[in-house]
Design a protein around this ligand. Structure first.
Ligand code: ADP
Length: 322
């Protein structure tokens, strides 16, 4: 099974300590890393044993080189990543606020990933690559950074791709700052839900985008859109699965020490998709998603060290995937 994830990876600068720990220090200690929702998911899917290609655009700077090195270190295919001369990836900084929340500031308007699916020649070459895949994974962030014209091209391609037997997995990941308006976001997300086979949504994002009061509203809207395999993540609350018109709630096992929930939804999606593509049922795949997310939220940062992750996965009693 081969999956391609489409989106943006950014340079990340994150405080190495909590606000309390920083209080006595006059130097803000920052750790530099790389992250992005679809990138995070791609890394954990690959660690779960599925062949992954990451699709984005990068520059020709040292940070772009490092992204390629890291992807290759995860065994991820980088052959479909285009390089734009003179450009560099977007950047974001994380701040820990005194109330324990995290605040994100982005410098990503000029990021090469914004040109995904925009150039006609590059697009045709990319389509040929994507047709080789069993599954394509993208998110609302992938859509938000693309131009409106490129979104139309991608949508048309996904229709053709699904007609030829490919499967599409989508997470709405709503980030209001990336869209011109909520209406623009709703229109784009609705159009892509109509070409989605596996929707892996976070209820909080759906509430922000559509104003849902109850999870049932989210289920109804997406069922009407024709999504047959619908998964709704709700933090520590049971995950909802709507399959063939039937709704079930699957418990999330408690995590003894939640250190940092960054990447929780992304890693859940990875656990789910890695298991699903290796033949597990949706119910088994939700359990795999929960296990993958539990490992990630027990550590600081979206990407936990590979060796540590694989050791934890090997210890798990049901380590069939992720
Ligand atoms: P997002 O990161 O998109 O906001 P959620 O917060 O809904 O996503 O979390 C995604 C998944 O991460 C959950 O379905 C669950 O598996 C796991 N998770 C998140 N928070 C917790 C928690 N407090 N305890 C246990 N698991 C959690």
């Amino acid at each position: 099974m081969k999956l391609a994830a489409l989106g943006e990876v950014m340079v990340e600068l994150a405080p190495q300590a909590s606000v309390q720990e920083q209080a006595g220090s006059d130097k803000p200690l920052l750790a530099q890393s790389y992250a992005g929702d679809t990138y995070n998911t791609a890394v954990y899917i690959a660690r779960g044993g599925v062949s992954v290609s990451y699709v984005t655009l990068l520059g020709d700077d040292p940070y772009s080189e490092e992204v390629l090195t890291r992807l290759a270190g995860e065994g991820i295919d980088t052959s479909a990543i285009a390089r734009l001369p003179g450009r560099c990836p977007g950047l974001y900084m994380i701040q820990n606020t005194p109330d324990g929340e995290r605040y994100f500031t982005y410098w990503r308007d000029q990021a090469p990933a914004r040109e995904l699916f925009a150039d006609a020649d590059r697009r045709e070459a990319l389509k040929a690559h994507l047709r080789e895949m069993d599954c394509l994974y993208l998110s609302g962030i992938t859509l938000a950074i693309m131009s409106a014209d490129a979104r139309v091209e991608l949508l048309a391609f996904l229709k053709e791709y699904r007609a030829a037997g490919g499967r599409v997995a989508f997470d709405s990941n709503y980030r209001p700052r990336l869209w011109k308006s909520a209406d623009e976001a709703r229109e784009a997300v609705a159009a892509f839900m109509a070409v989605t086979d596996m929707a892996l949504l976070t209820f909080e994002d759906e509430q922000a985008l559509w104003g849902d009061k109850r999870a049932g509203q989210c289920v109804q809207r997406n069922s009407r859109a024709g999504v047959v395999e619908l998964v709704i993540k709700r933090g520590a609350e049971p995950v909802l699965l709507q399959l063939d018109g039937e709704l079930t709630a699957i418990d999330v096992p408690p995590v003894s020490r939640v250190v940092d929930t960054t990447g929780a939804g992304d890693s859940f999606n990875a656990g789910y998709l890695a298991a699903r593509l290796q033949g597990a049922s949706p119910q088994q795949s939700i359990a795999a998603g929960n296990r993958c997310a539990a490992r990630v939220i027990g550590h600081r940062g979206a990407i936990i060290p590979r060796a540590e992750y694989l050791a934890a996965a090997a210890e798990a009693p049901e380590a069939e995937a992720c």
